[in-house]
Write a protein that binds this ligand. Sequence first.
Ligand code: ZN
Length: 139
Amino acid sequence: MKSHRKELWFEVPTRRAFINITPKVTDALTESGIKEGLCLVNAMHITASVFINDDESGLHHDYEEWLEGLAPHEPTSKYRHNRTGEDNADAHIKRQVMGREVVVAVTEGRLDFGPWEQIFYGEFDGRRRKRVLVKIIGE
Ligand code: ZN
């Protein structure tokens, strides 16, 4: 069995953003040379997510509004976590809802997606360097 590990780095200039990372994951798969196996992609930070859905700007706007309704950033004083001096309790909650990781099957050297599936990095507390791990195993 072969394995391949790669870190993807991000520094999002805004507090929140959704980024399509499918091309970067596809590059990692190509580098791996693996034709049949599994590809794990996970956020390495507890205020960011990796998830799969459609690359459609209206949907991303809907996510933003829905998440802000569930866990509004302000007022920051309403969250106990922020008593630590941080202001990112909402980002921890948004990350929990949107998920930590995805696993995609690798078939004939390609990410074996369903129709319209794309991989996204969800940033909820940006403006600093953060990582995503890509781990691919197979042969
Ligand atoms: Zn925090």
